[in-house]
Design a protein around this ligand. Sequence first.
Ligand code: FAD
Ligand code: NAI
Length: 475
Amino acid sequence: MSKQFDVIVIGGGPGGYIAAIRAAQLGFNVACIDEWKNAQGGPALGGTCTNVGCIPSKALLQSSEHFEQAGHHFADHGINVSGLSLDVAKMVGRKDTVVKQNNDGVVYLFKKNKVTFFHGRGSFVAAKDGLYEIKVVGTAEETISGKHVIVATGSNARVLPGTPFDEDKILSNDGALRMTAVPKKLGLIGSGVIGLEMGSVWRRLGAEVTVLEGLPTFLGAVDQQIAKEAHKAFVKQGLKIELGVKVGEIKSGKKGVSVAYTNAKGEAVSLDVDKLIISIGRVANTIGLAADAVGLALDERGAIVVDGDCKTNLPNVWAVGDVVRGPMLAHKAEEEGVAVAERIAGQHGHVNFNTIPWVIYTNPEIAWVGQTEEQLKAEGRAYKAGTFPFMANGRARALGDTTGMVKMLADAVTDEILGVHIVGPMASELIAECVVAMEFRASSEDIARICHAHPSLSEATKEAALAVDKRTLNF
Ligand code: FAD
Ligand code: NAI
């Protein structure tokens, strides 16, 4: 008899492992299958986020920012550093330690919550007598069965047609996080979230970085006032960003990589670099899932088709995270995982897609929640906008980091906050207040009337709320 579970989760990234833990908390007998291997071939729970995504990128962003601060900004504080040097292998080693701490953390959480873990690839075999049979192929092979299945198999880096990743010269996010020496010249295709974060890391460490972006607009999904401010800061830092390019042939040889492209003026140009990172988006991963075996429906892009509640076309089969529609973000995957576990338990799991925050962890950081000014204009919605620059914030001046602003958008009639957009120091943390405000459907006046600690960056949020009513106090 095969081992039987109430819930089988396929994929141990933020969507899958959180769903498994929540289902176990709700009293179900839960299995989680994940195939990720560490360098020794052992399990490495946590998915893309922990192994080659959120966590390692933030570790390298932090280390490289320390290097940049020590090299270029400590002197402003009267701290003189001499003999500054870089040990990239140690920096990357530290990043690997942080990753391992997170891998081990999930193993601990599975033990604590009594989730049974299977290391290997999970694939559908059949649906029989109200149960789904799932084959697990790892060091051994076995078949388990479960009443409910939650698919959380994540995503992979999109390949530029004709240019597969070799992770030596042509790098995905994986190789971009594993370089052990700073390339003299680094090229990136795609100035999206990965392009800007990875470009920032390697520029701070000394690479000459050129980013080639296909679209004519910089960060098209971001509020354009904020995007323009960020663009100015990145260019000042030395990041070369070319917009509106058409990438042609890419040749990789012993010496490096040559990218032929047409620039925005229509001129044929060539970029020669030592390494090239391609970051042009990600695609849902259903490789090896054998969706056909049970007739699980995929859309034309290969993502699993789900409704607003993450239900697939099959009874008791659910899908969450990067493998389904919606933003490819770890916290979105987690929220969906929790909601699905609660729905299986007969509860009313809920994800509010209007209040999912976005953060780009560059310097300045960029963070936002809700609608942009461009979206409100396109909708024809009457709104009021208030902005407050960090230049006028005492804490930002004390930090020596006054780039950027907080921008708040509120309904012209009801004053309900419709979006908040931040570029500047600690935007990643400041956005949380705005998410809470929007979740509680606060008005800009609510924020304006709340006491914020002084001196703090959060006062800029309060002042942006005051600015909606044209009554800033410090600007
Ligand atoms: P994943 O994390 O991709 O996990 C899927 C897991 O399923 C993997 O372990 C995979 O091996 C396993 N799997 C797949 N198929 C099978 C199978 N058949 N059997 C068994 N196991 C299988 N998001 C943020 O919110 N903040 C960030 O700062 C951030 N930074 C990022 C930086 C980079 C460089 C990248 C690439 C992504 C980043 N993301 C970030 C996005 C985030 O990593 C993803 O949105 C998130 O990991 C999605 O979670 P998931 O559980 O859906 O899938
Ligand atoms: P992205 O969608 O953010 O950006 C891709 C960029 O590549 C776009 O600007 C697009 O116009 C451009 N592009 C596409 N094809 C191109 C081509 N042929 N030539 C030139 N430019 C081209 O995707 P990215 O950066 O790969 O990241 C994938 C996803 O991972 C993000 O969308 C996000 O969901 C997640 N992520 C989140 C992070 C965070 O939350 N801080 C950090 C990193 C990734």
